[in-house]
Every structure is written in C-alpha cells, then in structure tokens.
Design a protein around this ligand. Structure first.
Ligand code: ADP
Ligand code: MG
Length: 358
C-alpha cells in the first residue's frame, strides 16, 4: 500500500531522516515509534506530500507522492502533529469546509460529515466553536477531518499527545475502530501506546529504522527466562552450592564483586519461575547473608530503550545500583548479554548503511 524507499531528509547539515525504507501492507495498523527528534513527523510529512524529501521516493498504492501528488494525496487522510483547525468555526461548518476542499461531491457532503462525526463521537458538539472544545474533542475533530473523503490510509502524528488518560483510551478505541476499515499509521514516542493498538511496529532512532516487526514478535523477545540478580556476603562457591539445589534454577553464574567485596550472582530460571523466596530461605539456612535481590525484567520498553539511545541511560542506572568500580564499568562484562538483535532484512540494510552519510 505504501512503499518508502531510501528516504532522506536533510535540514542544512542535519540529517533528520537517513535512508529510510519500509513497506506498509493494506489493512493493518502500524506504529511508528521513536524518541522525540527521531524523525517521525518529518517522515510523515514527506509521506503525505507536505514536505519534499532530499532523496528517495514514496509511493501510495503505486502512485509517487512527488510525481502524482493529487492522485496519491487522495488516498491519504492526515492528522499532523499540530492539527489545522479553524478555531473560529463550528465543528460542523469546519468539516463541511474540509469536505469541500477534499472535493467530496456536493451531494455526499452532508452525509459524509454526519458519518465522520458519528464515528469520532462529536455529533453532540457539532454546533460548538472549535476554540471552545477540550483538547480531546479537538483531536477528534482533527481525526474526523482526516477521514473525510474516505481515504484508504489514515496517518496520525502523535494522536494522544496532550490528552488525559481517559481521552487517551477513547482515542485508542477510535484508532482500533479506524483500523477495521483503513490502513492506519500512527506515530508515538510512547511504547505502550503503539503496543496496545498496532499490529506492526517500526522503531526509528536518529532518522534510521532500527527494528520492524509484528508487535507479537517484538513482544516475544522479552519472553525468554527470568534472571534474578543477587548480592551475597562472602564467596561465590558456597552460595552457588546452595542455589543450584533449588528446584527451578537452571544456572548460577558469578557476576563479579561489588565495591564492598560482596559477590554478585546471576540466577537464571525459566520464564515466569520466581525463585526469590526459596533462594532467600536456602541462603539464610546456610548462614549466607543476602545483601540485595532483584528480578531483572526485560520489558519491551527496555528493548526500545536499547535500540534507541535510552539504553545507555538504563545501563548507567543498573551500574549505579550495583555500585561497580570504575575499572569494572569500562569492561562491563555483566551486561554483554543484554544486547538485543532484531533480525530483519530491512534493519540490517540500515545498520550496514551506517556511516555512509552523504
Ligand atoms: P519527531 O517527530 O520524531 O520528534 P522530527 O521529524 O520532528 O522528529 O524531527 C527530526 C529532527 O529534525 C529533529 O532533530 C528536529 O530538530 C529536526 N527538524 C525538524 N524540522 C526541522 C526544520 N524545519 N528545520 C530544521 N530542523 C528540523
Ligand atoms: Mg513529531
């Protein structure tokens, strides 16, 4: 449905979108996920024909957005980051005006405006001035204008920004509903948001695609095993002997020492098997003092942070918690296994392309 090929956008020296390529299949909900400044809005503005790329192409249903802008734009409904609302108009008059701009045939205008108001649940607000609406209702008006003209693809740039929790849930439900009859792409810098509604997640950082997979597959990355990080007083060997005897424990590894000379131990068990209580009882029984105990949960959030820049922050925080010495920090063998590799042809292409900046 949408094919983005080697898209690059440069603002002066700054590369906002860097050789981005991906495909969007018909009838699914796609999440475009990335931290602020990753290049989401820039990409969406190019896909929708509001901004010209420095390089690369975008086709919508085979129509090149630059060569056939009218035909291509007709297939897309867009809610930009800052919705273009005429705040001195009433909801209904504004939507009628948009229907006219979008060349909805005169005979169908009234019905279509009513239809989109019903779908976005703003019928009760139709005679209100837009400037008197709450942010949540304004966002619905923004979505209503996007779906006028019955475009096949709906593109929403951060549709939940600035909304309260209740409004976020309402907009989420509305997006799901739109997904029943449209191809939807929505951007967000919040993982849970895209995880909730999207079938497929594209993660971008610094204008590059760093992961692209189904939400299910990305979530599976977190479904491996349970890691318990223990700090005990004394040597590794006696603690290891005790821990290995606990039912459910798969492996016990020495993870070094902290600054106070305590031993750090990594206890691995199967996914969902919590050995904390047994480990605590058994170590206490053997008169081995437990200084700290923490289950390491790798969530999709951690993976997102690792794939984008935030991973460094997470690692720093973990190091701080473990109070490791500076010399050990440099090598950091403990977290070597934290690296996440998402294997997708698209991604390796982008990773391989790194460093070839034009
Ligand atoms: P996102 O929507 O993911 O937050 P944007 O696409 O808005 O990211 O921005 C990507 C990068 O491009 C940012 O570093 C931003 O500062 C920069 N940028 C965006 N628009 C412009 C512009 N008009 N001129 C210069 N730099 C811009
Ligand atoms: Mg943005």
């Amino acid at each position: 449905m949408i094919e983005v090929t080697n898209l690059t956008k440069q603002y002066g020296d700054h590369i906002a979108v860097n050789n981005l390529s991906f495909k969007v299949e018909k009838g699914q909900i796609y999440g475009f996920l990335g931290p602020n400044g990753a290049g989401k809005s820039t990409t969406m503005n190019i896909i929708t024909g509001y901004l010209a790329p420095t390089d690369g192409t975008v086709t919508i249903d085979g129509k090149d957005i630059q060569k056939e802008p009218e035909a291509a734009k007709k297939l897309i409904g867009y809610l930009p980051e800052i919705p273009p609302l005429y705040t001195d108009m009433t909801v209904k008059d504004f939507l009628k005006f948009v229907a006219e701009l979008k060349k909805v045939p005169r005979a169908e205008r009234k019905d279509q405006v009513e239809e989109v108001m019903a779908l976005t649940q703003i019928t009760d607000m139709q005679n209100r001035l837009i400037k008197n609406l709450s942010k949540g209702y304004r966002q619905r008006v923004g979505i209503a204008q996007a779906i006028l003209g019955k475009p096949e693809v709906i593109i929403l740039d951060e549709p939940s920004v600035g909304l309260d929790p209740k409004q976020i849930i309402e907009i989420r439900d509305l997006i799901r509903k739109l997904g029943e009859n449209h191809t939807v792409i929505l951007s967000s810098h919040i993982l849970s948001e895209v995880q909730e509604v999207c079938d497929h997640i594209l993660i971008i950082a610094h204008g590059k695609l760093v992961a692209s997979d189904t939400t299910e597959n990305l979530s599976k990355l977190t479904d491996q095993n349970t890691v318990l990080n223990l700090t005990v007083a004394g040597e590794f060997e006696p603690a290891k002997d005790v821990l290995e005897k606990i039912a459910g424990v798969d492996s016990v590894e020495n993870a070094g020492n902290d600054a106070d000379g305590n031993t750090l131990i990594k206890v691995v068990s199967a996914k969902g098997v919590d050995v904390r209580d047994e480990a605590g009882f058994a170590l206490a029984g053997a008169r081995i003092a437990v200084r700290s105990m923490q289950v390491e949960e790798k969530s999709l959030e951690d993976i997102f942070l690792e794939l984008t820049d935030g991973g460094e922050e997470v690692k720093k925080e973990r190091k701080r918690l473990f109070k490791k010495k500076d010399s050990e920090d440099a090598a950091d063998p403990k977290h070597a296994e934290d690296e996440v590799y998402v294997e997708t042809a698209d991604i390796s292409e982008n990773i391989n392309g790194e460093g070839e900046e034009k």
